[in-house]
Write a protein that binds this ligand. Structure first.
Ligand code: MN
Length: 228
């Protein structure tokens, strides 16, 4: 007999390439404006800004391979990002030790209702309505550190209908993966199952129903995600 008074929600679990095991998700942190050219295109000065984070919900991660156009918006933007999965955590993690906590990496998208996010920014309100909606983070299979090592350079690319819209290199991140882990661990207790979306290069823009997004990060392969 279950101790729960209602049905227990399912654990969000992500596929791991090359195995039938899955990775259970605890939290999802996302960094804002982590590529200088993207910070500039959003109207900010990349040099004088400490990192900042927002969160998505674990069940916003979506492995279906499709992106359903969400309601209450007419301006949904693509943001290709590398996701980082933690196998362990803690507080006050040093930059030098941070990568010891990484389980693996995956291709992902931080899909954004830009019109709603813009209204929230203007009013100084939180971003959830623009960022943390259903299926807002399409994500691919996890590639483990054993398989691909640690990724700190390599091409990042997003095409819409075969036209390149976003391109950059992981080495252009303002805050590197170990720095993000260390910084977050000063403010939060990180733990097994935490996921960090590491920011998007320049070239974000709108998609519409019927578009097809092709995303790739060197070392993590590619994915085709139709907007339905
Ligand atoms: Mn983003």
């Amino acid at each position: 007999m279950s101790q729960f008074a209602v049905e227990s929600p399912p654990v969000v679990a992500l596929p791991i390439a090359g195995t039938d095991k899955t990775f259970p998700v605890r939290r999802v942190y996302c960094i804002g404006r982590n590529y200088a050219a993207h910070a500039i295109e959003m109207g900010h000065d990349p040099d004088r800004e400490p990192p900042f984070f927002f969160q998505k919900n674990p069940d916003n991660l979506d492995t279906s391979g499709q992106f359903p156009y969400p309601p209450k918006t007419s301006d949904v933007h693509h943001e290709i990002e590398m996701a980082v999965m933690l196998k362990s955590g803690g507080t006050n993690i040093s930059v030098a030790n941070a990568l010891d906590h990484v389980f693996g990496y995956a291709l992902s998208l931080d899909m954004t209702r830009r019109d709603l996010q813009g209204e929230q920014k203007k009013m100084g309100r939180p971003w959830e309505i623009g960022k943390a909606f259903e299926r807002s983070a399409p994500i691919g299979p996890i590639h483990t550190v054993e398989e691909v090592g640690h990724l700190d350079q390599g091409r990042v690319e997003l095409k819409v209908n075969n036209e390149i819209k976003q391109e950059g290199d992981l080495n252009q991140m303002i805050w590197k993966v170990p720095e993000m882990i260390s910084y977050l661990s000063d403010y939060f207790e990180l733990a097994t199952g935490d996921v960090i979306l590491s920011g998007t290069p320049a070239g974000v823009g709108p998609i519409v129903k019927g578009d097809v997004m092709d995303i790739s990060v060197a070392g993590l392969g590619s994915m085709t995600i139709p907007v339905v």
